[in-house]
Design a protein around this ligand. Sequence first.
Ligand SMILES: C[S@@+](CC[C@H](N)C(=O)[O-])C[C@H]1O[C@@H](n2cnc3c(N)ncnc32)[C@H](O)[C@@H]1O
Length: 338
Amino acid sequence: MGEGVQPGEHLTGWPGHVWLEGRTIVHMQEEQERPTHMPRGPAKRTGPGFLNPAMAPARTRSVMLLADALEHDWLVKDGRPIRALDALCATGVRIRRWRNEIPGPLQQRLRITANDLDEFALGWAARSHELHPPSTPVQHEAEDDRHGQKSSAVFDNGLHFQRLDARMAMVDAAYQWVDLDPFGSPIQFLDAALQSLSRTGVLEVTATDTAALTGSSASSQARRYQAKGIVDEYAHDDAVRLLLATVATTAARLDKVVTPLLALFDGHHVRISLLVKTSKSEATAIGKSIGWRVRTEGAPYQFVQHPTPEQLPKASGPLWIGPMWHKDIAGRMTEDMI
Ligand SMILES: C[S@@+](CC[C@H](N)C(=O)[O-])C[C@H]1O[C@@H](n2cnc3c(N)ncnc32)[C@H](O)[C@@H]1O
């Protein structure tokens, strides 16, 4: 196990309910209700170590996307390893699913770090990993860190657990894949996550502050996202586009450009996955992909770069107005992959 993280000899409530998510056995705490076969919507949060079954489809897409990156070499070339960080891993279901469900031959190229501040959740994750190890055993050395120093990370059967503030974890090392799945808004973690990424990397972000993103809480939206919403039939799509625009502009400040791979509103959260590259010139041009949605007479809406004073009352933005999905990559992600 990683430094300071033990499988937890005396984990209160262990083993809880046993549940199968994807092809991975997970343990849910006793006080959590057993989910239905297709859990939807906001599940009640029950404290440290809570596993939200409604996020299972988002975790499945993450498994498929990472598998696609490894298989089709669009993130790193020549069979080189991918260093992936789940910065807020809680009970470690996503990272355990990466290890269990990505095809065996690709596993040796994955270096997975699981981070969370919550000791109980990490103990639960480590115990689950120990009891249900990945079907393909994985042993490898840690990569050198971003300063060229030998990393002291210890990988136990393919997973390195660590207990740090996520921002410290991301400042500390460079990754090609960072997952941010906080409670509520991801804003406080975005800057560190983007700085943690290598010159080319993937950032996956969950946001559950949908009242702010849709504009149903106008003050939170203005404060957190500097945007103005309209709560109508486009509000969910606007929420996704607002999060994309927020990551894109934060990235541009760091000379990075984003390309959305997958982006959707799913029940009670927004989830976006982006390819992030360092490129000053492309980052400068990002403004072309940011604009406003104007509701118009005779047509449902149009995207404009800047609304006129007359259009403003019927406009929401600024939002991402470019493509939200990567045609080739998303096109390969079918049910057959799982
Ligand atoms: C929504 S949960 C993560 C769920 C998890 N990704 C999953 O799929 O089950 C958010 C997690 O963030 C952790 N957390 C909150 N603030 C943190 C911080 N500053 N640094 C590290 N972890 C933090 C919490 O302990 C909690 O486990």
